[in-house]
Design a binder for this molecule. Structure first.
Ligand SMILES: [Zn+2]
Ligand SMILES: [Zn+2]
Ligand SMILES: [Zn+2]
Ligand SMILES: [Zn+2]
Length: 146
């Protein structure tokens, strides 16, 4: 264990406090003031920690939603819990089938940038009501060499 807190990268010029733990991200030792002991993360890595935690929670929620959807689809029903309509169309993103009320077609365009220039491309997507929040991902610029 280091002799003193290594919070220098947090623009702390010198902290001579005794380290209480080691950061699970960057491995630096931190004192009680310059890190979160319960989470084992130094202050410098906390933003990354919260980002990861939020992403993991969202992924877990989506995995759960897909599980429920697949079970409902097995009975011929829309993947939305409590909807009860017959399933109709498959969502392009989560691959669960939904009824006409919970799935819709979206048109989008994005800029495709290559060495030869930039082209605007268009596409259509079938997305369920849960996945429409990801439409922005499809609208992002894309890059390729050819
Ligand atoms: Zn750290
Ligand atoms: Zn410190
Ligand atoms: Zn979906
Ligand atoms: Zn439905």
């Amino acid at each position: 264990m280091a002799l003193s807190c290594e919070a220098r990268r947090l623009f702390v010029l010198h902290c001579s406090a005794e380290p209480v733990d080691r950061c699970s991200y960057c491995g630096q030792h931190f004192c009680a003031l310059h890190g979160d002991v319960n989470r084992r993360v130094c202050n410098g890595c906390l933003p990354r920690f919260f980002q990861d935690a939020a992403r993991e929670a969202a992924e877990a929620l989506e995995a759960r939603r897909r599980e429920i959807g697949v079970v409902l689809n097995g009975k011929g029903l829309c993947g939305t819990e409590g909807c009860g309509n017959p399933m109709l169309t498959c969502c392009d993103r989560c691959k669960v089938h939904y009824c006409s009320r919970h799935v819709s077609r979206h048109e989008y365009s994005y800029r495709h940038r290559t060495l030869a220039g930039t082209h605007v491309r268009r596409g259509t997507l079938v997305l369920c009501s849960h996945c429409t929040v990801f439409l922005d991902e499809y609208r992002r610029d894309r890059y390729s060499l050819v």
